[in-house]
Design a protein around this ligand. Structure first.
Ligand SMILES: [Mg+2]
Length: 268
């Protein structure tokens, strides 16, 4: 006799370019997540956006209609794992990132507040539009005084509703170039955020897929986790872009198309 095998899929789903483009929802994505959750699948959103913690993003997702039950991990959560408790940290990034680091116990100071560059254990670079030459100068001086250089992520760009914008990686590269130092990067596709994902699924990644719009981050994350990468074309990667950069199990127009076509069942 053959028993019925009940099986669920763990979905690791990127936010920008999969669920939204800037403030605009990608058609059908929110509803698809609802379908996955009601089918008993587990959903973990995973974003390199560093302006909020996963817990804060989960509240924002609920406000945007995403049904309860999905968790979120961000590159801000991941960079916290690279700090020692109470460490003094200089942040070239958003006020939101400063708040996340402080909630995690770091003594975080923003470059926007023009502190002296002395006495920092680490410099953390994250996404911000509010920076100037002096703030980059401060970050450089702190690293030259011995602080470790950490990046929330190294994405060159990110997708908005009105096109592609300059990402954290470009700002991080400025500090790396000025200091001659290579940063340790916490977000996708690097180990700190991968470790948080493994921990979330208690190490049971056998039936997990990663869905994202960027092979260089989402695809390489899937590779690091040893699970299939499902590429969607609703973000920075267009239908004409080469998709051979990393192993790609499937390519679809968007999350709704993937879910409707039974991608979860195909990768169990
Ligand atoms: Mg994305």
């Amino acid at each position: 006799m053959c028993g019925i095998v009940w099986s669920v899929t763990n979905w690791v789903i990127d936010l920008d370019g999969v669920m939204w483009r800037g403030p605009e929802p990608v058609d059908g994505s929110v509803e698809s997540v609802g379908e996955l959750l009601s089918a008993g699948d587990r959903v973990l959103f995973c974003t390199n956006n560093s302006v909020a913690s996963g817990q804060e993003r989960a509240v924002q997702l609920a406000d945007r209609g995403v049904p309860a039950g999905a968790d979120v991990v961000t590159s801000a959560d991941a960079v916290c794992t690279l700090l020692t408790p109470g460490e003094r940290v200089l942040v070239l990034g958003s006020r939101g990132l400063v708040d996340v680091l402080r909630s995690d116990g770091a003594e975080a100071v923003s470059t926007m507040d023009r502190p002296s560059s002395a006495g920092f254990g680490a410099v953390v670079v994250g996404l911000t539009r509010d920076f100037d030459y002096h703030q980059i100068d401060l970050a450089m001086a702190a690293v030259r005084s011995g602080a470790r250089l950490l990046g929330t992520n190294a994405d060159a760009t990110f997708p908005g509703s009105d096109g592609i914008h300059v990402g954290t990686g470009a700002l991080l590269a400025a500090v790396e170039t000025a200091t001659g130092t290579e940063a340790t990067v916490a977000g996708k596709p690097n180990e700190p955020i991968a470790a948080l994902i493994r921990k979330h699924f208690e190490g049971a990644l056998g039936e997990t897929v990663v869905v994202g719009d960027r092979p260089g981050t989402d695809g390489r994350l899937a590779q690091r986790l040893g699970v299939p990468f499902l590429l969607v074309l609703s973000g920075v990667t267009g239908p004409e872009d080469p998709t051979t950069e990393v192993p790609t199990a499937e390519v679809a127009a968007d999350l709704a198309t993937l879910v409707r076509s039974g991608a979860g069942e195909r990768h169990r």
